[in-house]
Design a protein around this ligand. Structure first.
Ligand code: MAN
Ligand code: CA
Length: 252
């Protein structure tokens, strides 16, 4: 057998084997009969198709790594005051005083105590004298009858000549002491206050506003005609003309 014959025979055999091994032909539609006529060699690949549509959105990814530390923020508002710190350590011991210094200090103290005792005795004596002369003592204040009659202006002068002032009771106890003098002499007493400067606003004679009063009901009621104040024998106050004659009491 010739070499060509052998090749043709082999080709036929291959074609037959392929035809019997598959129902359809890879190069032609199904209707084409390939059983008898062998297919040609496969063509080269076509151009790549167009890109497909976007796929569905993927699952959320894992949380990323923590970023680098950012720059420091602005200074915040001032905090509240902290608790008091613990007691500091005890300071060093002071210099030892000499025995002579101690003895001298003790002697000075004893002398001062003796001085104080003497002064206290003297004060007690003067208090007794003042009371004997009819003074009323309330705390550190003393009220004393000086003259049986005088106007407001006369009373001011009489008291100032004695280094004293017209009386200004500034609490219930002081008012009660003054009331007892008025009661005892059965006479009203001018007080050291007036509304001469500002009508309706009573002030002490040094210009300060009253810190206590004991007005009788419906008082003060005198307007411009009654700028002075008298204390009745029952302790109540009345605004009154300044030219009446009243018991002159001074405050020391
Ligand atoms: C008199 C005066 C007045 C006072 C009245 C009270 O008129 O002493 O100052 O207010 O009496 O009734
Ligand atoms: Ca009055």
């Amino acid at each position: 057998m010739h070499l060509l014959d052998t090749f043709q025979y082999l080709m036929l055999l291959v074609s037959l084997t392929m035809a019997s091994g598959q129902d359809t032909c890879s190069c032609e539609p199904k209707m084409t009969t390939c059983n008898v006529v062998p297919c040609g060699l496969p063509g080269s690949n076509g151009l790549p198709g167009r890109d497909g549509n976007d796929g569905p959105k993927g699952e959320k990814g894992d949380r990323g790594e923590r970023g680098a530390v950012g720059p420091p923020g602005k200074v915040g508002p001032m905090g509240i005051k902290g608790d008091q710190g613990v007691l500091g350590p005890k300071g060093p011991k002071g210099d030892k005083g000499t025995n002579e210094e101690l003895i001298s200090l003790k002697a000075q103290m004893t002398a001062m105590q003796e001085e104080m005792r003497k002064l206290q005795n003297l004060v007690n004596t003067y208090r007794k004298v003042a009371i004997l002369f009819g003074a009323k003592i309330v705390g550190e204040k003393m009220f004393m009858v000086v003259v049986s009659e005088g106007t407001f202006e006369e009373g001011k002068i009489i008291c100032s000549q004695r280094g004293a002032l017209l009386p200004t009771p500034k609490n219930g106890r002081e008012n009660e002491a003054l009331k007892e003098l008025a009661e005892q002499f059965n006479k009203q007493i001018y007080l050291g206050m007036s509304d001469e400067k500002t009508e309706g606003t009573f002030q002490y004679l040094n210009g300060e506003t009253l810190i206590y009063n004991n007005w009788a009901s419906h008082e003060p009621n005198g307007g411009r005609k009654e700028n002075c104040v008298e204390i009745y024998t029952n302790g109540k106050w009345n605004d009154k003309s300044c030219t009446e004659k009243r018991l002159v009491v001074c405050e020391l």
